[in-house]
Design a protein around this ligand. Structure first.
Ligand code: GUN
Ligand code: ZN
Length: 491
């Protein structure tokens, strides 16, 4: 199925810069995009300011709160959401599923709430999916998924005009269920594909599990499917989630955290109480000291912290987009992964899906910086090893970290972490990688696996590997048929 609402402009890893066309709002939204969550009752930061001062092109609010509110329901129906909230960008509405997950039941059906979302002028509506939590029993995950699937079918039949409709992907922490849920959702006529029920994973810092869940969902979706990571608003995981192929994020965190004096950074969350300095130059932090913030009365402090939280959140999204545009998103992910061991697990999980990322990763980019052992597992390395299986050396072949030699039919270079390649490819991406002089074991081992791959595909050749002091654990991966010379021992 081809979808007209989403166009990809640029890619890096599985990440992309795209354009989501939201016909009912008459706008296109550049992705990755952050949707600030606006609680119509609270409005920590006015929606008009989200647009003019923070650059929000789209926000999300909860239609179930409006539906159940004596104050707001009629106003929302009379004026429409855009007037009620004073926001002219795109507005997505959630359905009450989150309340369902929190409180066990809600008194509205998918047909009713979608109709209501349409009637209040929502631009992207949501059916009542069932957010099955992580680690739920498999039978529960399966039966709730079946219910969610029925509701997506109901949603297809509601006449919502040109409102787009979300098709949430559930399935708890079962990769096969997530993948099937995603391919079923993609087979509907619905438009946007949120990965649901990941909030508990993020609250518990289970970033590796989050990566596995997203990877499974992505396998079931076409590349032209816009993917929302439901409830993910902490800037520390944007780079990772974008690299996995998520396009939309919503943040309630900016407001919820501000309420109890929590200060967001790209490295994690700080408590205002613990801060001696404000490590940020947003307008709030430029104009206040931590003591001044602490001295503010509650409402004012909450608003100021929410503004800071929004500034860092939007800033990180711009940082991620620029990295993607420059072709160094994975370097940014690697960098962010150093902020917390759980983030490192998330990045390692992403590297475990390198072959999946490789499918969308551009073959030519600006630069490849080898920054840690994890870099040895990047999609570019996986792709080079695939390419080795197709290259065709003949006769006696020298694979060398030193000079070429006339004593062989061919002299190839060998460079960690990639392994061997013909000299003619030296100036092509990613073989132009910048690598440290003090290479680590994982880089050598990856190079050795490249040698093994080339040897396995070319049994009729005779290979000699001339290396500079590779560690024994890497040399152990080189097939016995290869003659091995340590150049550093020859002088
Ligand atoms: N908000 C956070 N998680 C979810 C989810 O799984 N489904 C819906 N509809 N909203 C959410
Ligand atoms: Zn700040």
């Amino acid at each position: 199925m081809t979808r007209e609402v989403f166009e990809i402009r640029d890619q890096d890893g599985a990440g992309r810069i795209g354009e989501l066309t939201v016909p009912r709002a008459g706008v296109t939204v550049e992705t990755p995009a952050l949707l600030p969550v606006v609680n119509p009752h609270v409005r920590t930061v006015e929606p008009a300011r989200l647009e003019s001062e923070f650059g929000a092109e789209i926000l999300i609010t909860n239609s179930y709160i409006l539906y159940g509110s004596d104050d707001f329901r009629e106003d929302a129906l009379d004026q429409g959401l855009h007037d009620l909230l004073d926001f002219s960008g795109a507005i997505m509405t959630d359905s009450g599923s989150f309340q369902l997950a929190e409180y066990g039941e809600i008194d509205v059906t998918t047909a009713e709430i979608l109709q209501f979302q349409h009637d209040v002028g929502s631009d992207i509506g949501t059916p009542v999916d069932i957010p099955t939590p992580p680690d739920a029993p498999r039978e529960q995950a399966e039966s709730e998924l079946a219910t969610t699937r029925e509701r997506l079918a109901v949603a297809e039949d509601v006449d919502v005009g040109d409102m787009l409709v979300n098709a949430p992907v559930q399935g708890s922490t079962y990769a096969d269920l997530r993948e099937r849920a995603a391919s079923d959702a993609y087979a509907t006529s619905l438009d946007v594909f949120p990965v649901g029920a990941v909030v508990p994973l993020m609250n518990e810092y289970r970033y590796a599990d989050m990566v596995d869940v997203v990877a499974a969902a992505k396998r079931g979706l076409g590349v032209d499917a816009p993917v929302h990571l439901f409830g993910a608003g902490h800037p520390m995981m944007f780079a990772l989630a974008v690299a996995m192929g998520c396009d939309l994020f919503d943040s309630a965190a900016y407001a919820l955290y501000a309420r109890d004096d929590r200060y967001l950074t790209v490295r994690g969350t700080e408590h205002l109480e613990d801060l001696d300095y404000l490590p940020c130059s947003c307008p709030v932090c430029a104009e206040h000291t931590p003591d001044e913030l602490r001295a503010c009365e509650d409402r004012e402090r909450e608003r100021l912290l929410a503004e800071h939280n929004l500034h860092v959140t939007f800033e990180e999204l711009r940082t991620v987009k620029q990295a993607l545009r420059s072709g160094n998103l994975l370097e940014l992910v690697e960098n962010r992964a150093r902020a917390h061991p759980a983030m490192l697990d998330g990045y390692r999980a992403l590297c475990d899906h390198a072959d999946q990322l490789e499918l969308s990763d551009p073959t030519v980019k600006g630069s490849f910086f080898y920054l840690s052992g994890e870099s040895a597992a990047r999609p570019e390395v996986v792709r080079h090893h695939e390419r080795l299986a197709r290259l065709d050396p003949t006769g006696e072949v020298l694979l060398t970290e030193g000079n070429p030699s006339d004593n062989f039919d061919e002299s190839w270079r060998v460079v960690p972490p990639f392994g061997p390649f013909p000299r003619a490819l030296s100036e092509t991406y990613p073989l132009t990688a910048e690598t440290p002089e003090r290479m680590d074991t994982r880089g050598y081992r990856a190079a050795a696996r490249g040698v093994a791959r080339l040897v396995a595909e070319n049994r009729d050749c005779e290979f000699t590997l001339a290396h500079h002091a590779w560690p024994a654990s890497a040399l152990a991966l080189v097939p016995d048929a290869v003659r091995v010379v340590d150049l550093s021992e020859e002088h």
